[in-house]
Design a protein around this ligand. Sequence first.
Ligand code: UFG
Length: 348
Amino acid sequence: MAKKVLVSGGAGYIGSHVTVELIEAGYDVVVADNLSNCDMTGFEGVKKITGREEIPFYQIDCCDYASVDMLFTEHKIDAVIHFAAFKAVGESVAEPLMYYRNNLVSFLNILEVAKNHGGCNVLFSSSATVYGEAEVLPVTEQTPRLPSTSPYGNTKQMCEDILRDVVFATSSSDAVINGIALRYFNPIGAHPSALIGELPRGVPNNLVPFITQTAIGKRECLSIFGNDYPTEDGTCLRDYIDVVDLAKAHVAAVSRMVEGRMKKGYEIFNVGTGRPVSVYELVSAFEKVNNLRLNYRFVDRRPGDVMAIWADTKLANEELGWKAERTVEETLASAWAWEKYLAGSGNN
Ligand code: UFG
């Protein structure tokens, strides 16, 4: 019988891509989402891509213990992938209580319910933000985490620690929790079908949605934050990981858990490409592959940005048997195809 995976936050950008890849790999999936930061576009897209009309969807808030408990009562869950969280760095600085409550309580509920239902495999969606401004690049999973500069980043660190502690405490009980934290670098792009992709509400915080919205005429001009960094072209370096590649890393991690191939009860993997790309290079690649010119200007640095970060991906490559495959050009073409699809569908 197929293993069943609960995807919390499964209607969102990364969650929808992961749901597709799980289904295509033969898993049964249950999606839970409170739709606080997305609508049903992503979930409808998942159904179209997979041709599955019957994927169970629950509009619930994981901060409500009884709702999470109901999911585990109705379904025999073999693994949970927990995405349901707020993710805007700036907003988290302005609204720390909202961030701590939402991101911590939802994860605590998932873990507590999983434990009370006899244990489970739990995959937590973490972030390269935990490394801060690392001194040595690329960062490995052993690179020390640095104190976070935002409540958002703090919640990622705290949830990693909570998972580690719960794994330890349950390891010799009859309700074992196994845990994997995936530390994402910068997820970008969209599914090749252009039926799902990133759908930011309001003005995008992240680079690629801002680029595609500028290219389509929704925004006047892209501001490139800083061209005076001590990098080759003066702009920041990041590790941009294709969202479908990222989704496949989740399938590899879930398989490792449900097939009993973990080497420790709690494991951490970087999920990136290992390839640093500057903001300027990314903008130029977008222009080239899509054959257009983008309106942009250089402005002051954005407070809180690190100059450079990219992943050492050896551990994920070797242990998960996974590797990022799509080129930056393919990914940027997919982001543009998605923006054009949105414009045509009246969704934008
Ligand atoms: N940038 C611009 N103009 C924009 C937006 C971004 O020049 O309009 C630049 C930023 O200064 C940065 C790069 O593009 O150099 C990438 O910025 P993003 O906002 O897309 O991504 P970040 O690297 O800042 O943040 C991402 C995730 C966060 C996570 C962080 C660290 O969005 O959730 O990586 O891991 F915390």
